[in-house]
Ligand binder design. Structure first.
Ligand code: SPV
Ligand code: MG
Length: 431
């Protein structure tokens, strides 16, 4: 019998999958590759049931002869292992980001004379509804909230991009690149106080109140499924912080990061150019402990941000604080720096990891932007946050357009660099 292979990453079997199996059966024994959790996550098919259960589900389908695990989204591992005579797939991968996978599979098959069969993709109302329900499930608070902890466990580094509106949320949710033979996406979103304030034309001094910040989160949550890390600034008064923790938890936010500062907060990237007061270890520890006591789920994370390097108080101070904050209950440490050279961040991470192998480390490489994700991961960093790059790229583009329209007294000169009218009116899909 010939070997016919198809890869599934779904949590629910619908007509489309059954159709593929029926087609596959015509060519020989049907082997299903269950895309592993790790591989699924990399391509934003976050599983809502564990890998083992998906395997059981696929095994139970009539007409399936064997189920194997596929660890590589590009099929290299499974093609070496199975050497299928045929690979069957829905024809929806002939375009869009998945085309890169199809092209690669075609190349691999060519090497030994295997054949690719594209089956017309089933897109009826029932299938459409199941797709939407799966997406909706991921957006629900109980799924979204725990996803950050799952990502920390399952990925080398959680790639996080800022979002400050529904539109920027959609960019983080949907942007996929095909680069060096791999598809890549962001894993999570950062609701930055700097960008949230800037979008409202306000300074980053805790002036935009929590009600307004929550409104931003809600706008983002309405149109996305990825987990959210909230920039909680100083966390405010401890008596208020406990309410913030409860609200965020209920909304389905995964983590809050609070910084060890007090009084009028200014953006860290000012460093020592402006007056900023660091909270004592005792004050910050008490706030962390109160937040942890208030939280009701095991999913939510309170991450302590250390400003010692920003305020030039030295490495020893930063490390002492990190260990103290973990002791107070912090679920993670964010270490910040405004130096261009990543050396002090790397030194902190290495020294922290000598004593603490597990507490997640978060970094925000706005200034020290030469260091790569792989390098950060090799020093024990778990979450990288690109905290402001969407805002910083949009602002100059909008400003230039405004200036040029004033300059030319018409909009023709700017048109070439704009999104087309058709693209903007169809950008948002109506349900
Ligand atoms: C933010 O994005 O608001 C941050 C990170 O707090 S930074 O601006 O680098 O301080
Ligand atoms: Mg901030």
């Amino acid at each position: 019998m010939k070997k016919v292979y198809t890869c599934f990453s779904t949590d629910v079997i619908h007509d489309g999958h059954l159709n593929i199996i029926n087609e596959a059966k015509k060519y020989g024994n049907v082997i299903i590759g269950a895309l592993s959790d790790k591989a699924s996550i990399r391509y934003n098919k976050f599983p809502t049931i564990p890998q083992e259960e998906r395997v059981k589900l696929y095994r139970s389908i009539e007409g399936v002869d064997q189920v194997v695990i596929q660890n590589d989204m590009m099929y290299d591992d499974v093609i070496t292992l199975v050497q299928p005579d045929y690979i069957v797939h829905g024809d929806n991968w002939q375009e869009g980001p998945e085309k890169a996978i199809r092209d690669h599979v075609e190349e691999l098959l060519k090497q030994y004379g295997g054949e690719l069969i594209d089956v017309p993709y089933t897109y009826n109302d029932k299938v459409k509804k199941i797709d939407l329900q799966l997406r909706e499930k991921l957006a629900m608070p109980e799924y979204r909230r725990k996803r950050l902890r799952q990502l920390i466990e399952m990925t080398p580094i959680v790639k996080t991009m800022e979002a400050h509106s529904g539109l920027t949320g959609l960019i983080v949710e949907k942007t996929v690149v095909d680069h060096e033979g791999k598809l890549d996406q962001f894993d999570a979103m950062w609701v930055s106080s700097l960008c949230d304030s800037t979008a409202k034309g306000k300074p980053d001094i805790e002036l935009v109140d929590m009600t307004s910040r929550f409104r931003t989160i809600d706008d983002i949550m309405e149109v996305t499924t990825k987990p959210i890390i909230f920039d909680g600034d100083t966390g405010g008064l401890t008596e208020h912080f406990v309410y913030t923790v409860r609200s965020l938890e209920r909304m389905g936010v995964s983590a809050i990061i609070i910084e060890d500062k007090k009084g009028l907060k200014k953006n860290s990237l000012f460093g020592t150019e402006v007056e900023q007061t660091q909270a004592t270890i005792e004050e910050m520890s008490a706030k962390i402990a109160a937040g942890k006591a208030a939280q009701l789920t095991d999913d939510f994370m309170i991450i302590a941000r250390i400003e010692s390097l920003i305020l030039e108080r030295g490495m020893e101070d930063a490390l002492e604080r990190a260990f103290a904050f973990v002791k107070a209950g912090a679920d993670g440490i964010m270490i910040h720096s405004r130096k261009k050279d990543p050396a002090e961040i790397v030194e902190f991470c290495d020294k922290f990891r000598e004593e603490d192998k597990t507490t997640p480390i978060v970094v925000v490489p706005s200034s020290f932007n030469t260091i790569t994700e792989d390098e950060l991961a090799s020093h024990g960093v778990n979450i990288v946050i690109y905290a402001n790059q969407l805002t910083r790229s949009a602002f100059p583009a909008m400003q230039k357009t405004a200036e040029d329209i004033l300059r030319y007294h018409r909009a023709k000169e700017v048109d070439d660099r704009l999104m087309s009218i058709k693209d903007i009116i169809t950008l948002i899909h109506v349900i």
